[in-house]
Design a protein around this ligand. Structure first.
Ligand code: HMG
Ligand code: MG
Length: 306
């Protein structure tokens, strides 16, 4: 594919407060999560995945979902999304006036069972009323297709299965599809093949990539997507996170690293990298560690010497 397909503007969805913090074993106060969201929106993020309305027994770190949603001072033009695995979750999202719900189906049966305790087909039937209710209330429906590049339990995942899950999610009313490399095993050629399958059904403007960086491939995989014209990506400030049901998987690609790449290519994001670095340094400080972002650490070191 020619490089002329390169986008001129990319939308980044910061999933740090949700995908990042869901995986922390230490408690993170709701006030720190709220402060993180405030810092992200101040840095120019226009889509923020704030929390999950999942079972607090399964993911205790997100048990403060209502408190976090209620504590955010919303900024006009920012879309606040939350994960909703079922109608109970949707009711929480509705009460919190989320702008967008995120449903999440796996392209692997084994992962679906471990993550949400049901088969892929059952999960999609559970999401059907969620998608219907969300649309009826004017909320956007985004779906993540987990394990699209590989599964921690079954290994390889076929292109046909990914395509079938994408189609089934669209059938129930999904408006945006995120192809997720949950365990960060994908490499560029395979990412392009998976995205090409998704693009058979999803418009370019409603397809995104969600890359965990476990094997250090995330930026390369994003570049591969850019070559296809894909212009929406999830990323996690400070490289926070992982998935509690994908042991060993590290966080999402750091938002700071993606912004540095994009700005270096002359691609606009609307994000102020310095303010974003501050946001990543803030939450990493709360967690008592350095940001998992090469760009962030380089810029923080440069600040100290200048
Ligand atoms: P289950 O045990 O099969 O559900 O869990 P259940 O309907 O039998 O309910 C069991 C209990 O959970 C009941 O409470 C329900 O009320 C409660 P009890 O009667 O025992 O006291 N419950 C809920 N509570 C609050 N909110 C809810 C809710 N639903 C039920 N929404 C369930 C099924 C889906 C709930 C469970 O498996 C679950 O919560 N799983 C968590 C999954 C999760 O959050 N995973 C991480 C996020 S996905 C991810 O990170 C991947 C992504 O980033 C993309 C990628 O990288 O691949 C998106
Ligand atoms: Mg994830």
């Amino acid at each position: 594919m020619s490089l002329t397909a390169f986008p001129t503007h990319v939308t980044l969805v910061d999933v740090g407060p949700r995908d990042g913090l869901q995986n922390e074993s230490q408690p993170v106060p709701a006030a720190a999560k709220i402060e993180l969201v405030h810092r992200l929106q101040a840095a120019g993020l226009r889509q923020i995945e704030v929390t999950s309305y999942v079972s607090p027994k399964w993911v205790p770190q997100m048990a403060d979902n209502a408190e976090v949603m209620a504590g955010i001072q919303r900024q006009a033009g920012v879309r606040y999304s939350v994960l909703t695995p079922n109608m109970k979750g949707f009711e929480g999202a509705l009460a919190a006036q989320a702008d967008e719900v995120v449903i999440f189906a796996a392209a692997s049966e084994a992962f679906s069972q471990r993550n949400i305790n049901c088969s892929i087909a059952e999960s999609i039937e559970r999401f059907r009323p969620v998608a219907e209710a969300a649309r009826a209330h004017g909320m956007k429906v985004r779906a993540a297709v987990s394990c699209a590049l590989g599964c921690p339990y079954q290994g390889e995942v076929s292109l046909d299965t990914v395509e079938e899950v994408v189609q089934r999610l669209l059938d129930i009313g999904t408006q945006h599809v995120g192809v997720a490399d949950t365990i960060g095993v994908g490499t560029a050629g395979r990412v392009k093949a998976v995205m090409a399958r998704a693009l058979k059904h999803v418009p370019l403007a409603e397809l995104s990539g969600h890359f965990h960086d476990t094997y250090g491939q995330a930026l390369t995989n994003i570049y591969a997507c850019l070559e296809m014209g894909i212009h929406t990506f999830d990323a996690s400030v400070g490289g926070l996170g992982g998935c509690p049901y994908a042991k060993g998987a590290t966080g999402n690609v750091a938002t700071e690293d993606v912004v540095y790449l994009l700005h270096g290519q002359g691609i606009q994001t609307g994000i102020d990298l310095d303010a974003l670095v501050d946001a990543g340094a803030y939450i990493s400080g709360v967690l008592g560690r350095k940001p998992v972002s090469r760009v962030s650490n380089a810029l923080l070191a440069k600040r100290q010497t200048s």
